[in-house]
Design a protein around this ligand. Structure first.
Ligand code: GLN
Length: 522
């Protein structure tokens, strides 16, 4: 008999529901349960792949090539597990399945409705994932905020499941604003959002109250009086300097005992590996300044996995990393901004905006011997700069930025040429690389075969391979079918470009060696 935990959000979005869900997943796993994680996203996109990082933050990529919500990245990092596209389900994907079934004639004669067809399909996705993972518990995070029109079918499905199954629990995350003028925490919005939940038949078992101040006993008393939720099950989750401390905060708030009481089952917990990691988080260490040269600097969520991977490598290399966001569009201050940091990362990206600044940045790093790590688009930038300024083909470009360039040194992958639809059709997910011995890449990976996650349509045009190598660029990693995956410059402390995304597989307990090696070169 499986246990189901639904995590809902009240009052407003961006409260860190994903972090609370991940922390609960980690705690349950540390108590010896086999746990599945599922994120429902109420939007109508079939997956996150087509969404602008400005609006929605990073598109995370799973091993099996799912373009998913960034919360799946949090789940992977907290649970130290690789998840799959089945761990993220959008309203769009559910509607798509239903409409396809309807067209096939599976519902012949019936009127297809939100209840029961949509809600049944939602419940089916939950049960299928439990079965696939062979898990005892599933933590289901419902995106959006209670009261949103879009998330209603998911709440309705959760409420229906409660009638069908014995072990269904509801954890509600809300916000408690603090009024500076009266120096008070206000619980009224929480009361309203719980009442809204109740109107759908959902009674929260635990309340997680987010905010900048600790909730006092008097406020818990008030919530108990209005909502009947026992005080011990009202947990104050204040802002911390790292979200990796949230599991310990929850344990200090007796979450383990609450879970044992809910499940009527006692368990030992072993969370020592995690605590070993967090104990090193605030250790300090030598300060290293890493500049991230990109166009989405206004919205740091666009590069969230990169930021996390740097935090993991900070623990590994015993340093304190300061991340400085450098706009590739601010050409006037580019050189000055680059001079102020110890090394540069050019992260992944799409479209023409900000490209020339990145190319200039790569040139500055090459000439001044400043460490540079180019990721995906970053590798393509390094190659364009090299062809323009070392080889001397001034008009070199990617066909992504200039379709008519006379030197298309970055061009569509051959597998992309006949593609008509943009959704889910890039080169996605994990594939194998072959690393050349006696290279920096080999020193980093310490093996010939490895796998990395990809998300791109363009790649180095192999008809220029001879020129690239003859001019001194070392190709240190190739894919099985010969595509260029890793490049490096020999006479440079660290000048490496990779066509894949190492940041997606870095985890607190198994950080990616490319980042620690980059940090060690600073
Ligand atoms: N826009 C480039 C491509 O499609 C790079 C993609 C990326 O950086 N993820 O190949």
């Amino acid at each position: 008999m499986a246990k189901y935990i639904f995590v809902t959000g009240g009052v407003m979005s961006s409260l860190g529901k994903g972090i609370i869900s991940s922390s609960i997943g980690l705690i349950l796993k540390s108590m010896g349960y086999k746990v599945s994680m599922l994120k429902f996203d109420p939007y109508l996109n079939v997956d996150a792949g087509s969404m602008n990082p400005y609006q929605h933050g990073e598109v995370f990529v799973t091993k099996d090539g799912g373009e998913v919500d960034l919360d799946i990245g949090h789940y992977e990092r907290f649970l130290s597990e690789d998840l799959s596209k089945a761990n993220n389900v959008t309203s769009g994907s559910i509607y798509k399945t239903i409409i396809e079934k309807e067209r096939k004639g599976d519902y012949l004669g019936q009127t297809i409705q939100v209840v029961p067809h949509l809600t049944d399909e939602i419940i089916l996705r939950i049960k299928e994932l439990l079965k696939k993972d062979n898990s005892e518990i599933i933590v289901v995070e419902i995106g959006g905020t209670v009261g949103d029109i879009e998330s209603l079918p998911f709440l309705e499905a959760a409420s229906e499941l409660k009638n069908e199954e014995k072990d269904v629990y509801f954890f509600h995350v809300t916000y408690v604003p603090y009024l500076d003028i009266t120096e008070e925490l206000k619980t009224k919005p929480t009361q309203h959002s719980v009442k809204e939940l109740r109107s759908i038949g959902i009674y929260p078992d635990i309340l997680f109250l987010r905010g900048k101040k600790e909730i006092k006993e008097s406020e818990k008393d008030k919530l108990f009086r209005y909502l009947g939720i026992p005080k011990e099950r009202i947990i104050s989750v204040i802002d911390l300097n790292s979200h990796y401390f949230v599991p310990e905060l929850l344990l200090n708030s007796k979450i383990k005992e609450i879970l044992e009481e809910l499940f009527d089952e006692k368990r030992e917990i072993d969370i020592s590996n995690w605590k070993n990691f967090t104990s090193k988080l605030n250790r300090g260490g030598k300060i290293k300044k890493v500049g991230i040269l990109g166009k989405y600097i206004e919205l740091k969520d666009a590069y969230i996995s990169l930021k996390e991977a740097l935090i993991h490598s900070q623990v590994e290399t015993n340093t304190k990393i300061e991340t400085i966001w450098i706009s590739s569009e601010d050409l006037k201050n580019l050189e000055k901004n680059i001079n102020e940091v110890d090394g540069i990362i050019i992260p992944g990206g799409f479209g023409k905006r900000g490209i020339e600044g990145m190319i200039e940045g790569a040139k500055i790093c090459r000439l001044s011997k400043k460490p540079l790590l180019g990721i995906c688009l970053g590798l393509q930038i390094i190659i364009i700069e090299f062809f323009r300024n070392v080889v001397g083909l001034n008009d070199s470009n990617s066909t992504e930025f200039d379709e008519k360039t006379s030197n298309p040194i970055i061009d569509l992958l051959s597998s992309q040429r006949d593609i008509k639809f943009l959704g889910g059709t890039m080169h996605l997910g994990e594939s194998e690389l072959i690393i050349k011995e006696n290279t920096k890449a080999y020193q980093i990976y310490k093996r010939i075969f490895t796998k990395e996650r990809h998300r791109h349509r363009y790649t180095f045009n192999l008809s220029y391979l001879d020129i690239l190598e003859k001019n001194g660029m070392l190709i240190s990693g190739r894919s099985r079918d010969g595509e260029v995956e890793i490049i490096e410059l020999k006479d440079h402390p660290f000048y490496i470009g990779v066509q894949f995304h190492p940041e997606f597989s870095s985890k607190p307990l198994s950080q990616h060696p490319l980042f620690s090696s980059f940090i060690n070169s600073l």
